[in-house]
Design a binder for this molecule. Structure first.
Ligand code: GCO
Ligand code: MN
Ligand code: MN
Length: 387
């Protein structure tokens, strides 16, 4: 197998990912900036299908309307020349000092209104370039000290902003769905809606819950010490998996944004297996950065590596599904002799009465063999390439 990315794999990167200059809290940029057009060509050269951006990845916050139009025209030409599409767009509501205490949840009504204005303009730009999903990552929506902000008020402001923007899109006739991206911390000490579960619950307090889903990120759930695949599965089960951010991360650390599969091989496998088995058809978006040590050759290797590891995991998932020993174990584990069908499914008073009266062999239930060690070792050997 060559593990070459194809358009149907729907691999995307943000301009900010391969365009990351390697700045960190302790050090200055280590790579020269490439233009958006150069980044599009870089991604196309490695086999990506699409490119996503924040408004200001493409159009600097200081640009005039005339400058904006020139930049957008150049970018559109690069998309046509390379065949790349723009499936997702988003707003930078975190870099400018105006947003240092949040955007939609800032205590300052002027900042909240400016955030709405900036987002409407960014939505216009995203739609102009073909985006179908719009991501809301509330990077600065949070606090350092809870003395500074009323949490319920902040959530109310967040809700009002999302409702306003959904209505704006409806008014404009935009065919756009929104994906909330949770993160527990960084850059704020605590960010509101810290996990996928929190975002899923919040969506049901909005005016148009059908328009909103989630954009789970592997690193963000792992920062919280959570199981990413479980979060993704819950989003899928709720019909809310609108987008996904793939990268990697040691649990409990700062936001590391490693190459997909660089750290948590088993978690990466379960995730890819899940997405492929359920038939997730959205973007596989890599929201990761090359190591700070990388030059642009290594940045290319980083982008290739993300996609290649995904495809290797996809092949491993197929191997798992075809492995006779593994499948026999799974069949034994999930065996069902049909004797409990009388109690399953929807409630009825008769069922409840019969179930209350049924005599279970509790001791036998506790003694049944569960060959999970054998199964997991087979998976490990498959992943390590000795099966
Ligand atoms: C992060 C986030 C961002 C968002 C991006 C898109 O930790 O910085 O993951 O990269 O995904 O802003 O909204
Ligand atoms: Mn992130
Ligand atoms: Mn992200």
């Amino acid at each position: 197998m060559d593990y070459q990315p194809k358009p149907e794999d729907r691999f995307t990167f943000g301009l900010w990912t391969v365009g990351n200059l390697g700045r960190d809290p302790f050090g200055e940029p280590v790579r020269d900036a490439l233009s958006p057009v150069e980044l599009v060509h870089l991604l196309a050269g490695e086999g990506a299908w699409g490119v996503n951006f924040h408004d200001n990845d493409l159009v600097p916050i200081t640009a005039t309307t005339a400058e904006r139009d020139l930049i957008v025209a150049d970018f559109k030409r690069a998309l046509v020349d390379t065949g790349l599409c723009v499936p997702m767009a988003t707003t930078n509501l975190f870099a400018d000092p105006a947003f240092r205490d949040g955007a939609f949840t800032s205590n300052d009504p002027k900042v909240r209104a400016y955030a709405l204005q900036k987002t409407m303009r960014a939505i216009d730009l995203g739609v102009e370039l073909g985006a179908k999903v719009y991501v809301f990552w509330g990077g600065r929506e949070g606090t350092e000290s809870d003395a500074t902000k009323n949490t319920v008020e902040a959530l109310k402001h967040f809700r009002e902003a999302l409702n306003f923007l959904a209505s704006y899109c409806q008014d404009q006739g935009y065919d756009l769905r929104f994906a909330l991206e949770p993160k527990p911390n960084e850059p704020r000490s605590d960010i509101f809606l810290p996990t996928v579960g929190a975002a899923l619950a919040f969506i049901h307090t909005l005016d148009r819950p059908d328009k909103f889903g989630v954009n789970p990120e592997l690193a963000h759930e792992q920062m919280s010490g959570l199981n990413f695949m479980h979060a993704v599965a819950q989003a899928w089960d709720a019909g809310k998996l609108f987008h996904i951010d793939l990268n990697d991360q040691k649990p409990g650390r700062y936001d590391q944004d490693f190459r997909f599969g660089a750290e948590s091989i088993k978690a990466a496998f379960f995730l890819v297996q899940f997405l492929e088995n359920v038939g997730y058809s959205g973007s596989r978006h890599f929201d990761a950065h090359a190591y700070r040590t990388a030059d642009y050759d290594d940045v290319r290797a980083f982008a290739r590596g993300c996609m290649r590891t995904y495809l290797i995991m996809k092949a491993k998932a197929q191997q798992f599904a075809q492995d006779k020993e593994i499948q026999e174990l799974l069949q034994a584990i999930n065996a069902d002799d049909g004797s409990m069908h009388q109690f399953s499914g929807a409630y009825s008073a008769d069922k409840a009465t019969a179930l209350k009266a049924f005599a279970f062999d509790r001791v036998a239930l506790g003694q049944r063999g569960l060959p999970y060690e054998r199964l997991d070792q087979l998976l490990i050997e498959l992943l390590l390439g000795v099966r």
